[in-house]
Design a protein around this ligand. Structure first.
Ligand code: ADP
Length: 316
């Protein structure tokens, strides 16, 4: 029923190679890496051979080309990534603290990432799309929000499906309008991909079992809960569940694991695999991605994921 489309922020990421607090003194950095949660998701879809397209914007600069070249190589249709002549590509600087938490310096609001909109090319793409994936983070970008609103209605009306990754941490306060849009998106999701505490936030109730029950009550069809190094769990409407253990790997950079996991799960399901098989590929995609620096540097092809699965132990 047409390609998987993701709409949202496209960024470059620059990562500190030392662990500590923030960017107040000069420090060795690596990058630019192609990034932005929606871009990471669609990169993994493309690498797995699913038909995939990205809607967003970059600047007319090298940071933009890092992204478009990369996504093109992954097999993603980039014809609906617009190139803004006036604003630079969005960016994120990341530094890890000793406790594993992260400090970020973002430039999204005043970058090309926040300046794209509905166009004839976007309309043509959405009108032949079979699946839309939305990251909650994109809802905080007004231009992305406007495109997502229209796209959800069109894709759903033509019998396509919607997946939603809340990608909004508990600490982040949303304004009332964004909160309302977020709740509507969750209720419309055929597949919800929360991570940790996002499950309860998306459901609006506490406790894992209660949150799952509530999500099915409001209309969600399928939930896959990501649990970091603890693995992941699929929950079905009939009370069925499948636990997928994590692979045992050395974690170097956890950024992007959930996006690769989601892109792999969705693509495998769209290619006709069972939930169990899709969970195995998704867990491998997430695990592979934490082993290397850079948010989408570990995104794998099916061949790479098969090799990884065959040679890597899983947690008991
Ligand atoms: P998010 O990035 O959305 O917070 P997670 O951190 O839960 O998502 O990661 C998504 C998936 O990637 C996990 O469910 C797991 O399968 C895999 N993963 C993440 N971190 C690790 C790790 N340290 N070791 C092995 N697998 C991991």
């Amino acid at each position: 029923l047409g390609p998987t489309v993701c709409v949202g922020e496209i960024l470059v990421e620059i990562v500190a190679t030392t662990v500590g607090d923030g960017f107040l003194e000069a420090q060795p950095l690596v990058g630019p890496f192609a990034s932005g949660a929606p871009a990471i998701f669609i990169s993994q879809c493309g690498r797995l051979g699913g038909k995939a397209a990205m809607v967003g914007a970059v600047g007319d600069d090298d940071f933009g080309r890092v992204n478009t070249d990369r996504l093109k190589r992954d097999g993603v249709d980039v014809s609906t990534i617009s190139i803004d002549p006036d604003y630079p590509t969005g960016s994120a600087f990341v530094r890890y603290r000793k406790d594993g938490s992260r400090d970020f310096v973002y430039n999204i609001a005043t970058s090309a990432a926040a300046r794209f909109g509905w166009s004839q090319a976007v309309a043509d793409l959405i009108n032949r799309s079979g699946h839309l994936h939305v990251m909650g983070s994109a809802l905080t970008v007004p231009s992305a929000r406007a495109v997502i609103d229209k796209a959800v209605d069109i894709v759903k009306a033509r019998g396509g499906t919607l997946s939603v990754d809340p990608n909004i941490r508990k600490e982040l306060k949303l304004d009332a309008d964004t909160e309302r849009r977020f709740s509507m998106l969750v209720a419309a999701a055929d597949l919800l991909l929360p991570s940790g505490e996002e499950l309860e936030r998306a459901a609006g109730v506490e406790g894992e079992a209660e949150a799952i029950r509530r999500l099915f009550e409001i209309g969600v069809k399928e939930v896959v809960l990501k649990r970091g190094a603890e693995g992941a769990t699929y929950f079905g409407r009939e009370g069925d569940r499948i636990d997928a253990p994590a692979f045992v790997v050395q974690e170097v950079d956890p950024t992007g694991a959930g996006d690769c996991f989601g892109g792999a799960y969705l693509t495998c399901r769209r290619l006709g695999m069972s939930q169990k098989e899709a969970l195995t590929y998704a867990s491998a995609a997430g695990a592979r991605n934490v082993m290397v620096l850079g948010p989408m540097e570990g995104a794998g092809t099916q061949q790479e994921l098969d090799a990884f699965i065959a040679s890597t132990e899983r947690r008991p």
